[in-house]
Design a protein around this ligand. Sequence first.
Ligand code: NAD
Length: 471
Amino acid sequence: MTATEIVSTEPATGAVLWRGASGDAAHEVAKARAAWPAWAARPLAVRIETLRRFANTVRSRIDAFADLIARETGKPLWEARTEVESVINKVDISVTAYSERTAQRRFEGALGAKSAVRHKPHGVLAVLGPFNFPAHLPNGHIVPALLAGNAVVFKPSEKTPATGAFLVDCFHAAGVPEEAIRLLVGGPDEGRALAAEPGIDGLLFTGSARAGMALHRQFADTPSKILALELGGNNPLVVWDTPDIASAATIAVQSAYMSAGQRCTAARRLIVKDGAHEPLIEEIGRMIDRIIVDQPHADPQPFMGPVIDNATADQVQERFLDLIMKGGRAIKQMARRDNALPFLSPALIDMTGVSNRPDEEIFGPVLQVIRVADFDAALAEANNTRFGLSASLVSGSPELYDRFWGSVRAGVINWNRPTNGAPSNAPFGGVGLSGNHRPSAYYAADYCAYPVTSSEAEQPRASIGVGLRDN
Ligand code: NAD
């Protein structure tokens, strides 16, 4: 494949941050393929020690790393810092998860033999990352993959190559062999080429449902290769019978607009009781008016920055207009203060009664309000989606939460908490269009190694009790 130039610009200013040539998937996979047996042969304790050095390397560069992520994604500096902290914490979490999920187990077998369950790495794993958490999310695949003894070829999003390069450099600086973790710069073409490489044993993907489905089709002829898909959502937040309007509104604002709505777990639909909804909607409106949208290093720090680029801002604006064309009533209009930059204001729109509401993920700061008559209708509306990533209920009633938890199909179900911000020491993944039942985070250990069951005796000892003639 001929190299193309990849240019990363700062969303908040339009300044060029990084430029470089796209890489060659075959070359990177060949390097990783040659390296992985030696990496896998290192004792687990050595791999753990090397990854702990990686955590220390990142810690020593935290300011530079957070600054880079903030510049490249446009997210506020405070949020970029929490992302780098997640990168650091991933190592200890993965070590615990590895031993809990994929530990060696021995037990008594037949005829005095012992049985054992142990795990082996797959070999070379490809990792494709999204732009919205360009360090933390690919790192959530890379660390468990390396820990289990795999080599990795990592292709960051074409929108965040500088962050990807910084992350890989931290692994190399910490002593992970250069061949065991490879950087592949590029966009969807390089992603497709990497997925098609015969030398990979699997692909770990975080990104859109559209790309995830394309990869699923691409892998149809190779069921032998592991494919883990972490995809998007159209997540519901139900607010029901709660006297604490201020807290409910805060949870709605955090759920919908953190990271400028560019979180897979962001609430996209706010489901409320018709007739009792006005105080809540008014309070959310007042909070929206107070939200600071600004560049990542601004003082005071903003709540949210721009979306990732102008093309995305155009699309989100178009999708918002489309909701209005379909019959939605704008409660808070989406404003763009400068058409040359992708800063969008948080938008709120009442979509009650619009029958052809698209079941799509609008990856930006848009929250759709849907009023319903009773709690059964709220549950039906929460499940009125092909996705199933996250869902939250705000209500003081444990009985309602029991019903909500029991009926709603999603991989993250919260109570009186935002839809986003899942605990890092728990599995994370969705059902429906949100994934393919290979949850990540704490359960990433499961897809980074395969179990091997063995019956073992130190000497051969065998007899056949039935079905043989006498001598
Ligand atoms: P994206 O799907 O556009 O891109 C993700 C990665 O895949 C990039 O590296 C891209 O270059 C590559 N790619 C795109 N199309 C491809 C194809 N056909 N074949 C191979 N590679 C391809 O996603 P994005 O816009 O970077 O990220 C936002 C999306 O990611 C949202 O849908 C969001 O919900 C989702 N997301 C999911 C999770 C999760 O854990 N479930 C977390 C964060 C983001």
